[in-house]
Design a protein. Structure first.
Length: 350
C-alpha cells in the first residue's frame, strides 16, 4: 500500500476540524447554559419557528462565540407545533368535569398561539401513551393534568428533560406548575363552617395519593386545630366510594351525629347528596353538605351546594399559555397559583 503525505492545507483543515469538534457544545449544553429549552436553541440556529428577536440574537451570538457547529442543529427534529395532554383514564368512568373544562382551556390557549393539541390517557403505572409522544417526537411538550405523590410520570418527563407542565404541584423544579391553593381553600371553607356553628364534621376524600387530596386534607386539619376543635372527634373517610359503600358511610354519619360533611370534589358530593335524598334525609336540616370543588352539575342541585369555586378552564388556559411561551423561548411563569372563591349556599344554612 502506498501512503502519500497530505498537503499542507489539508493538514491545517484537519487540525481546525478537530479543534472545532473538541470545542463544540451540544444543544442540550447550550440550552442549559442559556436557561432556555433545547427546542428554542434549535429554532434560533435553524431560523425556523416562532421565537423572539432578542432571544434569537442572544443564542446566535452565544453559538458564534463558542463556535457551536451546525452539525448538531441539523440533527434536531422539526418543531411539531403539537402540545401533548395526558388525562387519567378514570375520567371516562367518573365523568369528572374538571378535566374536560381544563382541556377546553388548554385548547383555547393552543389555538390562539398556533399550536395543536394531542390527547392521551393513562395511569400511574401505565403511561405508555406519554412515552410514545416523547420518544416518537410527536409533540414539543407535555401537560399532565393530575399530579401524584411519588409521581412516576413526572419523574420520567423530568429525567428526560422534556418540556413539561402540570395542573397541580410537584417537587420537580424543571416542570411548569399551575394550581389553586387547595390547602388554603379547604382551610377557609372549614373555618367558615365552624364560624357558622358546626362542630362535628366528616371529610370524604378519594385516593390520597393524589396531590390535591393531600392538600385538602392538610387544609381541613389545619382549620380544625386552629379553631380549637378536636381532630379525633371528626370523621375522615378515604378511598373509592361505590353506592353500597356510601350506604354504610351514611349510616355511620347519622349514628356519629355528624353535622356537616365536606366532600373532596363535586363527584363525591353529587353521589352523597343523591343517596341522602333517596333515603329521605333533608339537607341541611338533618345534615349539611359542602364540596371542595364546584361544577355546573353541582349548581343544579336543590338546595344549592356550598362549594369552593375554581375555574378549571382558567387553569387549563394558563398552563397552556405558559407551556407554549416556554417552547417559543419567551418569558413565562414557572409556578402560578390561581384564586378561588368560597360560595356559601343553602346546603349549609343553619
Amino acid at each position: 500500500m502506498l501512503i502519500f503525505p497530505a498537503r499542507e492545507d489539508e493538514c491545517l483543515w484537519r487540525v481546525h476540524f478537530l479543534e472545532r469538534n473538541m470545542e463544540r457544545m451540544t444543544l442540550d449544553e447550550m440550552a442549559k447554559e442559556l436557561g432556555v429549552s433545547k427546542s428554542t436553541v434549535s429554532r434560533a440556529l435553524s431560523g425556523k419557528g416562532r421565537i423572539g428577536v432578542q432571544t434569537r440574537q442572544k443564542i446566535q451570538q452565544f453559538a458564534k462565540e463558542h463556535e457551536s457547529g451546525r452539525v448538531e442543529e441539523r440533527q434536531e427534529p422539526e418543531i411539531t407545533h403539537n402540545l401533548g395532554v395526558s388525562f387519567p383514564d378514570d375520567i371516562f368512568v367518573t365523568g369528572n368535569q374538571y378535566f374536560f373544562e381544563c382541556l377546553l382551556g388548554i385548547y383555547e390557549a393552543a389555538a390562539l398561539m398556533d399550536y395543536n393539541v394531542l390527547i392521551t390517557t393513562g395511569t400511574a403505572q401505565d403511561f405508555s401513551g406519554i412515552q410514545k409522544f416523547v420518544e416518537q417526537k410527536k409533540v414539543d411538550g407535555m401537560i399532565v393534568t393530575r399530579s401524584l405523590e411519588d409521581d412516576k410520570v413526572l419523574r420520567y418527563l423530568s429525567e428526560k428533560k422534556f418540556p413539561t407542565g402540570v395542573t397541580g404541584l410537584c417537587d420537580f423544579d424543571n416542570i411548569i406548575q399551575v394550581d389553586t391553593d387547595n390547602e388554603g381553600a379547604a382551610d377557609m371553607l372549614t373555618s367558615l363552617l365552624i364560624g357558622k356553628g358546626y362542630r362535628r364534621f366528616a371529610l370524604i376524600l378519594e385516593d390520597m395519593s393524589f396531590h390535591v387530596n393531600r392538600s385538602r386534607y392538610e387544609g381541613f386539619c389545619k382549620a380544625i386545630l386552629k379553631n380549637g376543635l378536636q381532630k379525633d372527634k371528626q370523621e375522615i373517610y378515604t378511598g373509592k366510594f361505590r353506592k353500597e359503600l356510601l350506604n354504610s358511610v351514611i349510616v355511620n354519619l347519622i349514628s356519629k351525629k355528624v353535622e356537616c360533611v365536606i366532600c373532596g370534589d363535586d363527584v363525591l358530593a353529587i353521589g352523597l347528596i343523591s343517596q341522602l335524598l333517596a333515603e329521605g334525609y333533608r339537607i341541611p336540616r338533618d345534615i349539611a353538605i359542602a364540596s371542595l370543588y364546584n361544577s355546573s352539575t353541582l349548581n343544579r342541585f336543590v338546595p344549592a351546594v356550598t362549594a369552593v369555586d375554581v375555574s378549571a378552564r382558567m387553569v387549563g388556559n394558563v398552563i397552556g399559555k405558559q407551556m407554549i411561551r416556554f417552547l417559543q423561548g419567551k418569558e413565562y411563569q414557572k409556578k402560578t397559583m390561581l384564586d378561588y372563591e368560597i360560595l356559601i349556599r343553602a346546603s349549609t344554612y343553619r
